[in-house]
Design a protein around this ligand. Structure first.
Ligand code: EPZ
Length: 430
């Protein structure tokens, strides 16, 4: 199993290019099959989840052609199977976006029910509520969601929970449902807007994405388009917190600063200097980091996908901080790993109470999930001595060339797969 080995204590300095947003790309790749014409998608992140989604799309018979590592051509006219194979949903929950896409286009879709994951139970009741409101019968048969509709029709849907996935899935199906659909209490994340813009570029009629009321007028069919995915604000924020935690000076390029506002506001609050440019953000860490309180909320609130990253940084801030996770029920699994690095962090219910310490010390730790894994890399980069991180396949799901990008900022980090390679790294960096 591959690991990261890190020699910590080096401030990260320099500029790093941010890739396309994984969570926008997963939905957009699914929506691409809703036309029988060819769709070209650019600025795709070359990460495991994207490659699994492309396999799932090819798996139902669509034509998938990798033009290069960040560009793909998709044509859904050759789809021959409306049932997505379990192996894909097992690997990435977001395969359930094919449910909304196939139901909208073919009025029939079968996708295995996604299980929970490391951060929580992850129900999809709001997705199913939306499909039923649009006229589909939805049943769970042998572990799969089977959705069928004689005729889809627009409807007025009020989501009980602000859900990114449900908002996107319903928006896709409604795009081809005759009549008008209103989604109330919709998620406002940048990637919801990106999917709406993508569908509109294919001829859909979606208004209000980015607000909590999205209005959709169903159209007959969707057509070809060329589209570039928005930058990944979570990847960008991860590098900004790495700068703060290592007392460095990092500029993330090819970003949309507005998408990072909740993150950069917190970085300023804890004592960093933040400079915003048209498509870049620079963070210079303060000499000291100050405590703060943060609660994760749907966009534009502080993002849950940035919760482990700020928590790790706060373990080095003066004073007592409180991090409250209001979106998922099990997103503090990294706390015990941090304690092994000398952090003072106590999880009580859905909050972590963090007393800042002078320094962390390197240790062997395990990545429990994607964002917590990235946060443990930040911990290793700021710790004194060597850190080894196991189970880095979680991190590779959502961060393209993570260790190369960190090395370009001065980090001493390497991907290894044996004790011998670890020793070689230690000898080399001394
Ligand atoms: C998306 O997950 C992201 N994943 C997550 O990123 C992100 O954390 C989350 O949005 C919140 O921003 C992708 O886009 C692939 P939700 P999603 O539906 O859509 C509850 C990462 O690290 N809920 O907005 O599954 C749910 O339990 C991943 O990149 C229901 O109750 O999240 C949660 O408490 C992790 N019923 C809350 O809503 C439903 O039908 C928000 O979940 C759906 C959701």
């Amino acid at each position: 199993m591959e690991q990261y080995v890190i020699k910590g204590g080096i401030p990260l300095v320099g500029e790093v290019e941010i890739g396309g947003a994984k969570n926008a790309a997963l939905a957009i790749l699914s929506a691409a099959i809703m036309t029988d014409e060819t769709v070209i998608i650019d600025n795709l992140p070359d990460v495991r989840d994207i490659n699994v989604m492309l396999d799932a799309i090819a798996g139902i018979g669509a034509m998938v052609e990798r033009v290069n590592k960040s560009t793909v051509k998709i044509n859904g006219s050759t789809i021959s199977d409306l049932s997505v194979d379990y192996e894909y949903i097992k690997k990435i929950r977001a395969s359930y976006y094919l449910l909304g896409a196939l139901l909208g286009k073919y009025k029939h879709a079968e996708v295995p029910l996604p299980g929970g994951c490391n951060i929580g139970s992850r129900p999809i009741d709001q997705h199913l509520k939306g499909f039923r409101a649009l006229g589909a019968s939805v049943n769970i048969i042998h572990g799969a969601i089977v959705a069928r509709a004689e005729n889809l029709r627009g409807n007025h849907i009020f989501l009980d929970v602000v859900s990114v996935g449900a908002t996107i899935n319903i928006m896709m199906t409604a795009s081809l449902a005759p009549g008008r659909t209103i989604i109330e209490n919709a998620a406002r994340e940048p990637h919801v807007v990106d999917v709406a813009n993508f569908l509109n570029s294919m001829g859909a009629n979606i208004k209000g994405a980015g607000t909590d009321v999205i209005r959709i007028k169903g159209v007959e069919r969707l057509h070809r388009t060329e589209y570039s995915i928005i930058p990944d604000q979570i990847e960008a924020g991860t590098f900004l917190f790495a700068a703060a935690a290592t007392r460095g000076d990092v500029t993330v390029k090819n970003v949309i600063p507005k998408h990072l506002e909740a993150t950069t506001a917190k970085l300023e609050e804890i004592g960093c200097d933040v400079e915003e440019y048209d498509d870049a953000v620079r963070v210079r860490a303060g000499r000291k980091l100050h405590r703060t309180h943060v609660k994760t909320l749907p966009y534009p609130g502080y993002p849950t996908d940035m919760q482990p990253q700020i928590a790790v940084t706060l373990t080095l801030a003066e004073g007592t901080s409180i991090v409250t996770e209001s979106i998922f029920e099990n997103r503090f699994k990294y706390a015990d790993e941090l304690s092994r690095m000398g952090a003072s962090i106590k999880v009580e219910g859905n909050s972590a109470i963090i007393d800042g310490v002078k320094k962390l010390t390197g240790a062997r730790v395990c990545a429990p999930d994607l964002r917590a894994g990235a946060a443990l890399v930040i911990a290793g980069l700021s710790a004194e001595g060597f850190t080894i991180i196991d189970d880095i396949m979680y991190i590779q799901r959502g961060y393209e060339n993570f260790e190369e990008k960190l090395r370009s900022l001065g980090a001493e980090i390497e991907k290894v797969s044996s004790e011998k390679e670890i020793q070689k790294f230690k000898l080399r960096v001394g």
